[in-house]
Design a protein around this ligand. Structure first.
Ligand SMILES: Nc1nc2c(ncn2[C@@H]2O[C@H](COP(=O)(O)OP(=O)(O)OP(=O)(O)O)[C@@H](O)[C@H]2O)c(=O)[nH]1
Ligand SMILES: [Mg+2]
Length: 258
């Protein structure tokens, strides 16, 4: 059997990504009427996505905003179980080993979410710093987490992810001194891959920075993002709106040192 040529391989890839774009539009169309903002959370495994969503859910609900979550993992329903008491609606998507979520995986839940019409639908992507970024889920806002224990250089090692988000949350800031974490170094690296991106350091355990994270999400949700809806391979096309967020400078200054 002959091997596919490079051109054939690229054509298959292009068709898959085109289909993924059409699928993302289905999600957008389904949720547009309910004024639901879809937020895609991406990061390495264990960087604190679920923990952060729990405290964000508590706070947004206290502010009268309804919150739904779809959470992706290769296996187990652990994260959905953890979030159940913190949000209005949650469902686990088990990908059976697939390293990212795709918009079509959201289809079975769209009717129910559409009826609920939550103010926010957070989608916790599978923990992975490479694959998720290529798949538009129909989100309006993209957030990357970087926990202090991962090392400061992740933005330059994974520019595809950190270059394609509206907001970076530096998580687990309560552990910063234990690992000699330098926020200044991270800010320098982020400046290279995503100039002007808002950066907020926070701890889901102590509550530091949470108000700022929620304020940023609300602000981005109100503005929308010009990053999304442009298709996959968003690297380098980050939103000029995000860089204009009023919080950017203040939060950076406020967050230094946790
Ligand atoms: N000290 C500290 N620990 C945290 C913080 N946030 C999360 N953790 C802990 O870090 C571990 C991983 O947190 P998760 O929220 O499960 O991380 P995740 O990104 O959802 O992980 P995956 O879903 O597996 O990708 C857990 O033991 C949390 O309790 C934080 O702000 N400070
Ligand atoms: Mg999780």
């Amino acid at each position: 059997m002959t091997q596919p040529t490079e051109a054939q391989h690229l054509e298959v890839e292009r068709r898959i990504l085109d289909q993924a774009l059409r699928d993302a539009q289905v999600v957008r169309d389904a949720l547009a009427g309910g004024h639901t903002t879809v937020v895609n959370l991406m990061s390495a495994p264990g960087s604190g996505k679920t923990e952060l969503l729990g405290v964000i859910g508590d706070e947004l609900r206290a502010q009268g905003q309804s919150v739904a979550v779809l959470v992706g993992d290769c296996a187990t329903e652990h994260d959905a179980d953890r979030l159940r008491s913190h949000v209005d609606w949650v469902h686990q998507i088990v990908t059976d080993g697939v390293c990212h979520l795709e918009a079509r995986m959201l289809f079975p839940f769209l009717a129910e979410i559409g009826q609920l019409a939550p103010r926010y639908l957070f989608v916790e992507n599978v923990g992975n710093m490479v694959c998720p970024v290529d798949f538009d889920l129909g989100e309006a806002v993209r957030i990357a987490l970087l926990s202090v224990t991962e090392g400061e250089d992740k933005p330059v090692k994974y520019p595809g992810l950190f270059g394609a988000v509206d907001l970076v949350v530096v998580s687990k800031i309560d552990l910063a001194s234990a690992v000699d974490f330098s926020l200044e170094t991270v800010l320098g690296y982020l400046q290279r891959v995503n100039p002007g991106v808002p950066v907020i350091s926070s701890s889901a355990k102590t509550g530091v920075g949470l108000d700022a994270v929620i304020g940023a999400i609300r602000s981005l949700a109100a503005q929308g993002s010009s990053l999304t809806g442009q298709g996959s391979s968003l690297t380098g096309q980050r939103s000029s709106m995000a860089s204009n967020l009023p919080l950017a400078g203040g939060v950076r200054a406020a967050s230094v040192g946790g």
